[in-house]
Design a protein around this ligand. Sequence first.
Ligand SMILES: NC(=O)c1ccc[n+]([C@@H]2O[C@H](COP(=O)([O-])OP(=O)(O)OC[C@H]3O[C@@H](n4cnc5c(N)ncnc54)[C@H](O)[C@@H]3O)[C@@H](O)[C@H]2O)c1
Length: 435
Amino acid sequence: MNISVIGTGYVGLVAGACFADMGHNVVCQDIDKKKIETLNSGKIPIYEPGLDKLIKKNEEAKRLEFTKDMGKAVTHGKVIFIAVGTPPRDDGGADLSYVENVARSISAIAREQKIVVEKSTVPVLTGERVEQVLHCSNGDAKAGKCIKHLVVSNPEFLREGSAVEDFLKPDRIIVGTDRQEAREVMKEIYAPLKAEIVFTDIKSSEIIKHASNSFLAAKISFINAIANICEATGANVDDVARGMGLDSRIGPSFLRAGLGYGGFCFPKDVDAFIWIAERNGYDFAMLKEVQKINQGQRERFVKKVEDLLWVMKDKTIGVLGLAFKPNTDDMRFAPSVDIIQALQREGAKIKAYDPVAMERAKGILENVEYCSDMYEVAKDADALLFLTEWDEFKKIDLEKVKGLMKQAIICDGRNIFKPEQMAKLGFNYTGIGRV
Ligand SMILES: NC(=O)c1ccc[n+]([C@@H]2O[C@H](COP(=O)([O-])OP(=O)(O)OC[C@H]3O[C@@H](n4cnc5c(N)ncnc54)[C@H](O)[C@@H]3O)[C@@H](O)[C@H]2O)c1
């Protein structure tokens, strides 16, 4: 199948490489000239395990190419996936201008019917708008020779850090369209994955994505709320989560207490779901509370650091982990950003290390001393904060760390260590939801 992917970011690049690996002929397009040049020079612009090898293999097999030429991409694809960003607007709604621009370009360029697939996460009713744009801005519309492109919603559920694996082994594939011919084509595209395909109408498919992410965000906020009760009463949230998670109706995933969710998906998708619900007359108060708890986790953590250090001015705070979660370099809406900026406002000096996210962090966080390893961060620090649970950090030599620090204070935002173990080593230690 000839496939084009418009927008070659975290989702578009993974989707493009995986479609090629499934045997399709793929053209990935992006307006970001630098990104395309990087890809064409054999490098990849993001950190995602396994992606570099997959791209190389499929480029060599001549099934995958990268271009900034929209005309080429639109002409190539029988099916065109839109995978551009849908960032949050100030009012909480999703900024759909990138999606609209792509739809407009497809309409202006295409000279035959295309299947246009929403891969980006979009609010319910976007499909109708995309259809209108594809139809109305069509060059031949005035001449009465409109091409009626088919619109499909096919939301993506990959997780950064395990994106390739998630894409190739999905729990399910959602395809929203009422058109049988589009269903058949989508079936053919995904056939190599042998995964379950759930067919729905476009609106239900759009809601499935927002509902899924909001549910997971709610699960995270739920366990964080429980962590706060545990802290207040002397219970242990890790034990509570284990006891709850063994119930097959609840399940253990997304029940880890910590600093709350971040990244490019959950915060903006919860926001956008609340916004679109409101627009349609429903006050999604439950999700507003989910957001409040999430933001509260960052603030509570900062307060814990302040309680332990007392005066913050001129204290040196070491930060381990900047990315919003392990195995990615994505810094978008990472808890580390809010936490570091709050501590800087109090006058603290920040040293930091992250295995892969430091380059991206440099564009967001100012006045941070970036270090080359964990121990350089610990050296002369008044407190050490763990903000991302990278595997590397789990193996840190704590005796050595203690010897390097000015004060043996550790604030563990991800419950990497056990309080008893840290007390034994002589650390003044605090985690989340455990005393
Ligand atoms: N990142 C994830 O884990 C994830 C998972 C599932 C779904 N999503 C959704 O997928 C969408 C993309 O997310 P992402 O993380 O890949 O974003 P991203 O910012 O990494 O990538 C978007 C790309 O689109 C490009 N772009 C913007 N306008 C364009 C245009 N007119 N023509 C061509 N390219 C254009 C940008 O240059 C950028 O490279 C979002 O809606 C997001 O919510 C993301």
